[in-house]
Write a protein that binds this ligand. Structure first.
Ligand code: F58
Length: 831
């Protein structure tokens, strides 16, 4: 239906420039044409769509640059504390919509492009997603960058400019295949290369001890190899364009482009071997999720970006203050997980070896400057590096780690703790499986604050991973519950809802997310409910079109859209959802005449390329989809769609169209979740466990407006204590038994009946994620969801109260808390 598709959500107009002034449209139109001529080198007659896209980006970028310079300059003049956010991942997505929206130029640009005969909506889709991240951790970094700019915090993001971001996922007969992604193939109009901002990064070699005439020993590291880090800057504009920060990404380059003598001797490959080795560092994002990569190249990436970023931060500090001793007063460095944890040793090396600061003072500066965010409790996800590898690759940093550890253990002993178990537990060196450096311990000991990302996660952090360190330093661990930027995840992704919210609650919602509470009184107002429902339906029509295009599955926009979108991982329990789908399928077939609530189960997500079990789960979802979607008995009542290549842009289409948000991880395993927040903000009801930020979402939206089921984190620990053989549990649940029998015997894989025998065997005998144990509770909870859906007024009321209650989950709130309690820099709220 084309008329409906035409109403599909489009680039945000948040009401601030709905009727743009004619002269500003004319100005923008002329600016685009100038850029088309002088930067793209095309005229109107020969310009391709992509040429127009480039001209539009350049014209937009031009409107950011002056603010950018002003913000940069203001940081030198007024000297606010600077924040450096070090992250190996920034999962940004597209920038054009974000920039226009934050500048308040969306409608003006739409009008200007229309006058030029091009469609802004189409141009917008030509931008490739910047996917320099795996999942939640990388996306959080991107939301934080936007919020720091919005709050006028003088911040830089530092990371790696990967040539290739997260792989492109193709589903071939339901199996995931990975293809390289090439976001830079056509250039990147948002970035500014800064070839003059270049640091040498050393690797390997040896450490020389030099004794000076006064008898003191100094250490000089003589690396065997150097690589250059070149800066690429992308401006990050905050809401209403008032402040612009920099995302500085490092690209690796060989010091010498080739060895001419080797080339002249005819060895053309050997002549560029060093170049290849150097450039490999920024070639590709490690696509693992929740399990550390463990390879040498990964450690090279970590050190490369940590060292370049610290050298750059110190250079800037010296330029501004002419000395390094005051660093902790003026600078806060946030480590996004342990990936940049080598920064603790590297900052010490730079202060002591390069700037000649005494050890004790350097240690105070380091601890006063650095803080660390933990994103996971999974033991297998905690980074540790073999001591011999560190000794070989970073010999001076390893010496420094030893000294930090020795002083740390000394002070532990001096404070009266001599118990060998405790000493072994708090040591930075793990002696259990070969000698390894625990990067979490290094980050903890080198930081003044360590934070978890939800209340439950921070509590568990104190009880598990950092139990002993936490008792030694009781004030160090704090909580900073994650948040999301409402500009992208509400204003841009859901302009229809945004307009309705502003019309009802007032324009205040654009600047104060807590103002969303003002729509609560309308949760049962028939007129408002009607409009709210109409927006949702429009978004569902648009998503139905995408599902038809990409999955060849036709779905009715009026059925319940039940959505699970996230990385595929056993702990996130996509399997639980699939099992429930099969149970529902069985139940419908058994009694097709009952009043079933029609629904479509929508999945999207990538599995790590080497994670075979997760890839098998994707295949199962697709096999189940095939059988169900082709079975005439359930047609109209149940469908399954697995959307390929989940990324930020696809999330922006799915989230505003969702009715039910699946947040069903094994309790105690999802540190926070952030997709849960995006979905609830857009009016989806959550079905979830008491895990991560679900606990706090429940508090904010109200117990009646969320579906909670299953074991708590405590019960999970107890249940595992009794063993994870599920034969008795399965015996007690006829529905579960039937589902497992069907899957295990090949009902969904007639081409290969044994395909899922192993998977069912694991669920039966070794169910670490307790899928079986939570199955009945989940199934029953889904029936409650269905009952609520049938009571339309009750459903819409709950949906509206979700949107109304989610203001607290704005990443502006999260960043303001970091600023106040960790960075000690004031979030400067604009007038
Ligand atoms: C995620 N971690 C958490 N790690 O799983 C999620 O609960 C949380 O909301 C989010 O961080 C933000 O705090 C996560 O995404 C990774 O992707 C790492 C990538 C590198 C290897 C180790 C996992």
């Amino acid at each position: 239906n084309t008329s409906e598709a035409a109403c599909a959500p489009s680039l945000a107009d948040t009401g601030r420039d709905i009727a743009p002034a004619a002269d500003s449209v004319a100005n923008l139109r002329e600016a685009i044409l100038r850029r088309l001529t002088y930067s793209v080198g095309k005229n109107q007659a020969s310009a391709s769509e992509y040429d127009w896209y480039l001209a539009v980006v350049y014209a937009t970028r031009d409107r950011i640059v002056e603010g950018w310079m002003a913000s940069t300059n203001a940081a030198y003049v007024h000297g606010p504390k600077r924040v450096y956010y070090l992250s190996l991942e920034f999962l940004i997505g597209r920038l054009l919509g974000d920039a226009l929206n934050n500048l308040g130029l969306t409608e003006t640009m739409r009008a200007a492009t229309r006058e030029l005969g091009v469609d802004l909506e189409r141009l917008r889709t030509l931008e490739p997603d910047a996917a320099l991240g795996n999942g939640g951790l990388g996306r959080l970094a991107a939301c934080f960058m936007e919020s720091m700019a919005t709050l006028s915090i003088a911040a830089h993001g530092y990371g790696i400019r990967y040539d290739h971001g997260l792989f492109r996922q193709v589903l071939k007969d339901g199996w995931q295949q990975e293809y390289p992604e090439d976001w830079l193939a056509l250039g990147n109009p948002w970035e500014f290369k800064r070839p003059e901002v270049c640091y040498r990064i050393g690797f390997g070699g040896a450490v020389e001890a030099l004794t000076s005439p006064d008898g003191a020993t100094r250490y000089a590291w003589k690396p065997a190899e150097y690589v250059e880090a070149i800066a690429y800057d992308t401006p990050v504009v905050g809401w209403r364009g008032a402040h612009v920060n920099t995302l500085r990404l490092w690209s690796a380059r060989a010091c010498d482009p080739l060895q001419l003598d080797v080339f002249n001797a005819g060895d053309y490959v050997g002549a560029v071997a060093d170049k290849m080795r150097a450039e490999a560092i920024s070639k590709v994002l490690y696509p693992s999720d929740e399990t550390p990569a463990g390879q040498e190249l990964r450690l090279r990436q970590e050190y490369f970006f940590a060292s370049a970023s610290l050298q750059d931060a110190l250079r800037r500090h010296l330029k501004q203050y002419q000395e390094v001793r005051s660093l902790a007063e003026h600078v806060a460095i946030q480590l996004n997980d342990t990936h940049p944890a080598i920064s603790v040793a590297e900052l010490m090396r730079l202060l002591v070896d390069v700037h000649g600061i005494a050890w004790e003072e350097a240690w105070k500066i380091t601890q006063g400057t650095i803080s660390y965010t933990n994103h996971t409790l999974l033991p297998e996800a905690l980074e540790s590096w073999p001591v011999p590898l560190l000794e070989r690759m970073l010999p001076r940093q390893m010496q420094i780690i030893y000294l930090i550890n020795a002083l740390h253990l000394d002070s532990v002993r001096k404070s009266g703790h001599t118990d060998a178990r405790l000493i072994a537990a708090v040591s930075m060196i793990d002696e259990h499986a070969g000698r390894r450096v625990r990067m979490g311990h290094l980050a903890f000991i080198g930081s003044h604050k360590v934070n978890g990302v939800s209340a439950l996660h921070s509590k568990l952090l104190k009880q598990t991973v950092f139990r002993d360190l936490g008792t030694l330093y009781p004030d160090r661990i704090v909580n900073k519950t994650n948040g999301i930027t409402f500009r992208r995840w509400l204003f841009e992704a859901n302009p229809g809802l945004t307009r309705l919210l502003a019309d009802t609650a007032g324009e205040g919602i654009y600047d104060d997310p807590m103002a969303l509470r003002k729509i609560a009184p309308y949760a049962s107002d028939a007129a408002f409910v009607g409009e709210f429902a109409a927006v949702k339906r429009q978004n569902k029509v648009a998503l139905a079109k995408i599902i038809l295009d990409r999955c060849h599955v036709k779905v009715d926009p009026d059925v319940l859209f039940d959505v699970q979108i996230k990385r595929v991982h056993e702990y996130k329990r996509q399997l639980l959802n699939i099992l429930e789908t099969v149970a529902l399928y069985d139940a419908i077939r058994a009694q097709p005449y009952l009043d079933w609530v029609p629904r479509v189960k929508i999945f999207a997500g990538k599995a790590a390329a080497s994670y075979h079990h997760a890839k098998l789960i994707i295949k199962l979802a697709n096999d189940v989809a095939n059988v169900i979607n082709n079975d005439p008995t359930v047609r109209g009542m149940l469908k399954v769609a697995y959307l390929p290549n989940y990324n930020v842009s696809l999330a922006e289409s799915i989230i505003p169209a969702s009715d039910l948000s699946e947040q069903i991880s094994t309790a105690g395993m999802e540190a926070s979740g952030t997709g849960n927040m995006k979905l609830a903000l857009n009016g989806a009801l959550t079905i979830g466990t008491l895990d991560g930020a679900n606990v706090e979402i429940k508090q904010h939206v109200g117990d009646e407006n969320i579906f909670i089921f299953g074991m708590t984190a405590e019960q999970v620990a107890q249940r595992r204590g009794r063993g994870i053989d599920m034969r008795e549990t399965i015996a007690r649940s006829p529905a579960l038994r039937e589902v497992l029998d069907a899957i295990g015997s090949g009902v969904f894989s007639p081409d290969d009946p044994g395909r899922y025998a192993g998977l069912v065997d694991i669920l039966t005998h070794h169910d670490h994620f307790l899928v079986c144990e939570d199955f009945d509770a989940y199934y029953a909870c889904q029936r409650e969801v269905a009952a609520k859906w049938l009571d339309r007024a009750a459903w819409w009321k709950a949906s509206i109260l979700n949107t109304a209650g989610m203001g607290w989950f704005s990443s502006d709130r999260t960043i303001a808390e970091y600023a106040d309690e960790i960075w000690k820099t004031q979030a400067q709220k604009k007038e």
